[in-house]
Design a protein around this ligand. Structure first.
Ligand SMILES: Nc1ncnc2c1ncn2[C@@H]1O[C@H](COP(=O)(O)OP(=O)(O)OP(=O)(O)O)[C@@H](O)[C@H]1O
Ligand SMILES: [Mg+2]
Length: 586
């Protein structure tokens, strides 16, 4: 039995290499997918353009073949020694990594917990080398006839670490982990052809033609690839490329969200949260987009040496990364807002659309499904019905889109558009998404959610202190981080019409709330605003908190697409501050 006095008497000795390798393997190799990760990263580092992964027994047996550089005969043994690497030489190289490997640990770790055979040959060598290692002991090394590149065969993973073996899940779960990993790498490295064989059946084969959309089709299927927008954005700080799904496709989970930073597959919680934020108004709740992003930032800005599995990274400058990725996604989803779009000036935001003949006759009943009770529709609609009686001819129509209120205001103020100085005249709604109206002689469509959000935002701007007293106060118990955040930002809430009383034990009472909020939404919005602030550690400094609170309150309180509006509400949205998301046809 080991007790303190015993330990005091023991001499300090260096652990034998096989034991220290096994300890390291405990950190690096959690399960079969970790072995696959290490080996394909080595293949990628070796410049392979083709990687084949053959899986048997839920990944306890693996064969990984690449057409990369291979290893010279005199270095093969060394490759399996711990801390032996060809990829870095000194500490400063750690901050300028262009490879995925750098620790010189992977092969030593894998070889200490499995039976390993490697065949490898460089292009300049007339023959290759074959080495077999069982539990870190080299059992043979000899010349061999083999093709260019490297093939590693892993047998009986964890054969000498029964505790680890016991922790493995079912074969299908382990294979799922491997598949998820290989899908992510195949998507990110669309220039490499990945083949995956499970139980002698090929399950994935990507073309390796550098076309991300082709690769997405093969990995995630046609439905996903037909509904994606391409992300391709660079700034002075970095680059972001990949795809995001359009709101026409979504999933009930976040499993198809893949992030690579400087070619490393990593989890980036703050980007996941950013996606939630961006898509919260585009998708129904609990639905999530498919995302594949390759982010490139200066290598000195990224610390990858944080965790043995390299899955976590640290950034020097979170807000720059946030800004880069945010803009990349927004530009992909809303191309008309893209300030850097070189064609923007030239096309002056005017796009041509083909007029498509409607399947059903274009009658007012299709257009105004709800014209029941408002006198507005009975007056104007009937006169406007006549316009529709002569349905538009087939042909090309010009559509001008205004994404921002300011653009619309500028348009209206322009001399040529003087007739438009009067407000938009609403005439009805389509599918509870858009309000249609006249802007001078033009027909326009207004996104009701965006218009309302803008309206609320401006209301807050005009009268930040406007508040409504609650007849029944609302008691909210806050979590520790919410509480801290609330305390830090108490004054800001007060400026926006919140009157809040402490009740003790992290419980607060809302006595009044901003007048733009519905009482039924008050608690939700309060928590959401707090939550957003928690998530934005890195962004706090960069973004003006006040604007953010205003935007959040406005966005959360704004009516969603699909909500029924009465005519009074429609009028409010189309007068004055409305105009966001307006499309005008001529
Ligand atoms: N498939 C391969 N093709 C060519 N060389 C390889 C291959 N796999 C490993 N090597 C060589 O063996 C060395 C050791 O590999 P190992 O994975 O143990 O360490 P590493 O990749 O340098 O660092 P890390 O432990 O971070 O992965 C590598 O530096 C590389 O030179
Ligand atoms: Mg490696």
């Amino acid at each position: 039995m080991t007790n303190i006095s015993n330990r005091d008497n023991q001499d300090i000795k260096l652990l034998p290499e096989d034991v220290s390798n096994q300890i390291a393997a405990g950190e690096v190799v959690e399960r079969p997918s970790s072995v696959v990760k290490e080996l394909i990263e080595n293949s990628i580092d070796a410049g392979a353009t083709e990687i084949i992964v053959d899986i048997q027994n839920g990944g306890r047996n693996l064969i990984i073949t690449d057409n990369g550089s291979g290893i010279s005969p005199d270095q093969v043994k060394l490759a399996f020694r711990r801390f032996a690497t060809s990829k870095i030489q000194n500490e400063s190289d750690l901050w300028n990594l262009s490879t995925m490997g750098f620790r010189g640990e992977a092969l030593a770790s894998v070889a200490s917990i499995a039976k390993v055979e490697m065949k490898t040959r460089r292009r300049q060598d007339s023959q290759g080398t074959k080495i077999t290692i069982h539990g870190n002991v080299i059992t043979s090394i000899e010349p061999v006839g083999t093709g260019y590149g490297t093939t590693i065969t892993i047998e009986d993973l964890f054969y000498n670490t029964p505790a680890r073996l016991k922790f493995l899940k079912s074969d299908s779960t382990e294979v799922n982990h491997i598949t998820e990993l290989l899908q992510a790498y195949a998507l990110s490295y669309s220039n490499i052809s990945f083949s995956v064989i499970n139980k002698s059946r090929e399950t994935i084969r990507t073309p390796g033609n550098s076309d991300i959309e082709d690769t997405v089709r093969i990995i995630y299927g046609k439905e996903v690839s037909d509904n994606t927008a391409k992300v391709d954005y660079s700034s002075s700080y970095g680059k972001v490329k990949g795809i995001v799904s359009k709101p026409t496709y979504s999933r009930g989970d976040k499993q198809k969200q893949v992030f690579f930073i400087n070619n490393r597959w990593v989890k980036v919680p703050f980007i996941t949260k950013m996606l939630d934020e961006i898509y919260s108004d585009l998708l129904p709740s609990h639905r999530h987009p498919v995302v594949v992003l390759n982010i490139e930032i200066p290598s000195q800005e990224l610390d990858v040496n944080v965790h043995p599995t390299k899955k976590e990274v640290r950034f020097q400058n979170y807000s720059s990364v946030y800004e880069l990725v945010y803009r990349g996604i927004i530009n992909a989803l809303y191309p008309s807002r893209n300030e850097d779009n070189p064609n923007k000036e030239a096309d002056n935001n005017i796009v041509s659309i083909e007029y498509v003949k409607p399947l059903e006759p274009y009658t007012p009943t299709n257009v105004y499904p709800e014209r029941r009770n408002d006198n507005f529709s009975s007056g104007n609609v009937s006169s406007n019905t006549n316009r529709y009686a002569s349905a538009p001819k087939e042909g090309t129509y010009q559509v001008q889109q205004f994404s921002f209120y300011d653009e619309l205001r500028e348009y209206r103020n322009h001399e040529d558009n003087r007739e438009d100085l009067e407000s938009i005249k609403p005439i009805g709604r389509i599918y509870e998404l858009y309000i249609i109206g006249y802007l001078g002689n033009d027909l326009c469509f207004i996104d009701q959610h965006l218009a309302h959000e803008r309206y609320l935002y401006e209301q807050l701007e005009l009268d930040v202190k406007s508040k409504q007293e609650l007849l029944t106060t609302i008691m909210i118990h806050l979590s520790e981080p919410e509480w801290e955040n609330y305390n830090e930002n108490r004054i800001l809430f007060e400026q926006y019409g919140y009157e809040i009383q402490d009740f003790g034990s992290k419980t607060i009472i809302l006595r009044s709330i901003p007048s733009v909020l519905e009482v039924s939404e008050a608690e939700n919005v309060f928590r959401q605003v707090l939550q957003e602030m928690i998530n934005e550690e890195g962004r706090k400094k960069a973004l003006d908190k006040l604007t953010h609170i205003k935007k959040t309150i406005a966005c959360k309180a704004a009516i969603k697409a699909g909500k029924h509006l009465d005519m009074e509400e429609i009028k409010i949205l189309t007068i004055g501050p409305a105009g966001v998301g307006v499309t005008v046809t001529r």
